[in-house]
Design a protein around this ligand. Structure first.
Ligand SMILES: [Zn+2]
Length: 139
């Protein structure tokens, strides 16, 4: 092997190494940031309450839905767009995640206005008055 091609091989493997490091960093940062839907376009009050909830509960919360524009298929079916379209609601995955739905429900009872219970997620909102509903099939 000539000296040149040896150097070129070393250079190439160095580049592959760098590529691998970059890919791993991207993967890790996407994992670290994967809390589900981002809370952009939700109100500051809601984001602060959820931030406090994560501290109090000692776990990240995984949001499956947050802000939905009035044209979103779920909102469009309603007579009037709901709390998700006002940016005051989130759905949080629970059961089968880091935290049980019951734990979030117990915590949320005194801190959120609207609470909807489902088998795989819980809906929390700050609509300004209390509302409760339970759509769980398994209880
Ligand atoms: Zn919801």
């Amino acid at each position: 092997m000539s000296k040149m091609s040896h150097m070129s091989k070393q250079f190439q493997s160095g580049r592959y190494g760098l590529c691998l490091v970059v890919v791993l960093c991207l993967l890790l940062s996407s994992l670290a940031l994967s809390h589900g839907k981002d809370l952009g376009s939700t109100t500051l009050e809601l984001r602060e309450k959820l931030s406090q909830a994560q501290k109090d509960l000692g776990t990240a919360l995984y949001y499956t839905s947050a802000y939905r524009p009035p044209t979103h298929p779920i909102e469009a079916l309603k007579p009037q767009p709901g709390t998700h379209a006002r940016g005051v609601a989130v759905d949080i995955a629970c059961n089968g995640t880091f935290i049980s739905c019951d734990t979030i429900y117990t915590y949320a009872k005194t801190r959120f206005d609207g609470i909807g219970r489902y088998d795989t997620h819980i809906h929390l909102d700050l609509r300004g008055y209390p509302a409760r509903w339970d759509k769980r099939k398994r209880k």
